[in-house]
Ligand binder design. Structure first.
Ligand code: BGC
Length: 745
């Protein structure tokens, strides 16, 4: 362990019963104030920040409390001259050796690289990352983003989305980590850890309950504290605990009456007090709605401008409305995060992005995240030596694969594949197809075969082509973006008809889904194979072809349930605001939003029953359950032992009973004592195990007592109840062959 006196993004977060510290050395850079006492890297980030705060004027303090505008969202502050072109820019204080903060969106890669004349790798989307259930892959995902941010001159990431999928039609589902707080929290934590290890400030967002885009600036989410703490907020709690993320972005919506960015319960009572979060809270873009109220509630920084935390804040301090101690705390938190993450001692240097290395990481993660949903008659993998003809159909699969839009959008290296050359720029609201061609990747695998393409718009023509081929591969997509939601989980644009008619024409039909959310599948019984590739990133086609032809054995598992129909969701229709609100850029619109749009209500009365917990409790059959995913081999489970202790220790044997090497995600669920009043079971741990054909291995999983606890709102604390706990182990939430009981004393 490195010396905690030289910390990198360190924090000591107490999480119930756990204490956690990460530390690596950083060294001071010579600069204008290299002699200043706070440049001594041997001091803790808190000590260093406190020394700086003492030297600052009120104007300097205020300058750290807000951004300086953003292109497209006027007015742009004259202070923004040094901006690197990212979503946020905070001026530095050269006199004190404090650099500016250059923020960029970076959900599945660095955004806006193209318009800034730079390059960035597009990884598979965040939900795909979660489908790998692989913490090392998640760390690599974040490390790549951190490296590319630095190479482009940024020192802060705006990634780390972890809103729980209460509403799977949310247009940002692809930016989040699914429906389970423990999986989502651990995976996002590993991503942010990877980002911060590159000396980039990491961020976790959107805190909290921004679970749909429709009316996000107005909606008031009604939810009880226990459901929040055990679900939505637990994902953040675990994510922060795992990563020591230095920043939290509060969200647009209201929660139980107050906007998230002026919500004392969320920002102070839970985040800063219960979780001892030492970093800073920044508002989502235009999500600040007040000065004194927001500041007192725990908001430290306004983005992207200075409506409330600039001159107005200064006057509020001068008139005594906002105590200077409060401002000092905001400033200290921002500075300590900068010191802790190494952005003062080791500022980013612009450099060349490792393009080839990025492609390799993107492909490897895509290969681990692809989920094989159905494989009747072992249709897959295809035997390249035996396929003579293939029909490739639909979803622009001749040239590209779809990506997720909004502020997460990565400019595709090589341009938007469906636009003429030179028109590759991304535009808000327009779907972008990454230039990774499934048709080409498939042709490369079977150079001797006739591989033909049909666009799919002409359904009879596509079916006719399918009829002539040995195998038909139909691609279907569902585009999602920030600022919109899906009306339904059904595929749009007659794609269900396309699949059904191709399947009627060819008994060897494979469906490839490029979606950011679950979809319904009225044609499921007609097709042999279904492969979910999510938004597969810059090297999606190569990854997919490797799975289709068996060079890669699929190992992804669903981080989100695929229900049978919208009618089975907790809210069969998505709740829309009386009139659409928008974050669109005009100053008048901005002011209107700042004033606070009239609230409309969503009540999450499903409470604790999010995702599989809902379907389990309501006994609703689903299409594909949480945690599910097939492989080209098979696994057996045996020999479960459960040993109580400080944490509960489980061991069991997983055997690869098939003929191919593979990786199995072995999942552990627990049922709590009946007195807990919980849904039937919850995920409490997992392990992804690589096994050669015939190999068996003893697998160990430690279950953190937090994961077996309930949140007692009367005592405002986690509580592990006495009674009978049942542990269930297997390969999906609905295939759990091993079972053991434990009664803690
Ligand atoms: C999004 C954030 C994003 C910010 C800056 C907002 O519209 O909700 O996720 O980080 O814009 O682009």
């Amino acid at each position: 362990m490195d010396s905690p006196r030289h910390p990198n993004c360190i924090a000591v977060l107490t999480l119930g019963f756990l204490v956690f510290t990460i530390a690596t050395p950083v060294s001071a850079q010579p600069g204008a104030s290299s002699e200043a006492p706070w440049m001594n890297a041997a001091l803790s980030p808190d000590e260093r920040a406190a020394l700086v705060v003492k030297e600052m004027t009120l104007d300097e303090k205020i300058s750290l409390l807000h951004g300086t505008g953003m292109e497209g969202l006027s007015p742009i502050s004259p202070l923004a001259t040094g901006s690197n072109g990212g979503a946020g820019y905070v001026v530095g204080i050269p006199r004190l050796g404090i650099p500016p903060i250059q923020m960029s969106d970076a959900a599945y890669g660095v955004r806006q690289s193209g318009v800034n004349g730079r390059y960035s790798t597009a990884l598979p989307d965040d939900l795909a990352g979660a489908a790998s259930w692989d913490l090392d892959a998640a760390y690599e995902y974040g490390a790549l983003i951190g490296r590319e941010l630095r190479a482009q001159g940024y020192n802060m990431s705006l990634g780390g989305g972890v809103n729980l999928a209460r509403e799977p039609r949310n247009g940002r589902t692809f930016e989040y980590m699914g429906e389970d707080p423990i999986l989502a929290g651990k995976m996002v934590g590993a991503v942010i850890k990877g980002v911060q290890a590159q000396h980039v400030i990491g961020d976790i967002k959107h805190y909290a309950l921004n679970d749909q885009e429709s009316g996000r600036n107005a909606v008031n989410v009604n939810i009880d504290k226990r459901s929040m703490r055990e679900g939505d907020l637990l994902a953040f709690e675990i994510g922060l605990h795992e990563s020591n993320a230095a920043a939290v972005m509060c969200s647009y919506n209201r929660v139980n009456g107050d906007f998230a960015c002026e919500n004392k319960y969320l920002l102070t009572d839970v985040l800063k007090k219960d979780w001892n979060f030492p970093g800073f809270v920044l508002s989502d873009w235009q999500a600040t709605h007040s000065t004194a109220k927001a500041s007192a509630a725990g908001l430290d920084h306004e983005e992207p401008g200075e409506i409330f935390f600039g001159d107005v804040m200064k006057s509020a301090v001068q008139s005594g409305q906002v105590p200077i101690a409060e401002v000092d705390d905001h400033v200290r938190r921002i500075l300590r995060s900068m010191f802790a993450c190494g952005v003062v001692d080791d500022p980013p240097q612009k450099g060349v992005v490792d393009v080839v290395g990025g492609f390799e990481v993107a492909q490897k993660i895509a290969e681990q995240s692809i989920v094989l949903l159905k494989n009747e008659k072992s249709q897959l993998p295809l035997d390249a030596s035996r396929v003579r003809s293939l029909a490739v159909i639909g979803a622009h699969s001749d040239v590209g694969m779809i990506s997720g839009g909004g502020s997460a959008q990565v400019d595709p290296p090589g341009g938007n594949a469906i636009l003429p050359p030179g028109r590759g720029q991304t535009r808000w609201g327009e779907p972008v197809w990454f230039p990774t061609s499934p048709l080409k990747a498939i042709r490369t695998k079977v150079p001797g075969a006739a591989v033909q393409y049909a666009a799919g718009a002409d359904i009879p023509a596509a079916a006719a082509l399918a009829k002539t081929a040995d195998v038909a591969i139909v691609f279907a997509y569902q585009w999602e973006s920030e600022g919109m939601d899906l009306d339904s989980l059904s595929l749009a644009e007659r794609q269900d008809d396309l699949i059904a008619q191709v399947a009627a024409a060819n008994p060897h039909t494979i469906v490839v889904l490029e979606t950011g959310s679950p979809v319904t599948m009225p044609w499921l019984n007609q097709v042999n194979s279904v492969v979910e590739v999510w938004y597969a990133g810059s090297r999606g086609a190569e990854a997919l072809a490797n799975v289709i032809f068996g060079d890669v054995n699929p190992s992804g598992k669903l981080p989100i349930t695929f229900p049978k129909s919208d009618a089975d969701l907790p809210h069969p229709t998505i709740v829309k605001p009386p009139r659409e609100s928008t974050t669109a850029g005009e100053p008048d619109e901005w002011k209107r939003i700042a004033a606070g749009l009239p609230a409309f209500q969503i009540t999450y009365d499903e409470k604790l029953k999010v995702g599989y917990k809902w379907y389990d409790a309501e006994k609703k059959p689903v299409l594909f359950p949480f945690g599910y995913g097939l492989s080209y081999t098979t696994y057996s489970y045996s020999n479960l032992k459960v040993t109580p202790g400080k944490s509960v220790h489980l061991s069991f044997t997983v055997k690869n009973t098939g003929k191919r090497a593979g990786a199995e995600v072995a999942e552990v669920y627990a049922s709590l004592p009946a007195s807990a009043g919980e849904p039937p079971k919850r995920l409490v741990g997992w392990s992804k195990v690589k096994l050669n054909a015939g190999e068996s291995r003893e697998v160990s999983v430690e279950v953190d007592p937090l994961y077996l606890s309930i949140f007692n709102t009367d005592q405002n604390s986690w509580q592990m109840l006495l009674g009978d706990y049942t542990f269930l182990v297997g390969g999906s939430s609905q295939s759990l062959p091993l079972k053991a009981a434990l009664s803690p004393q």
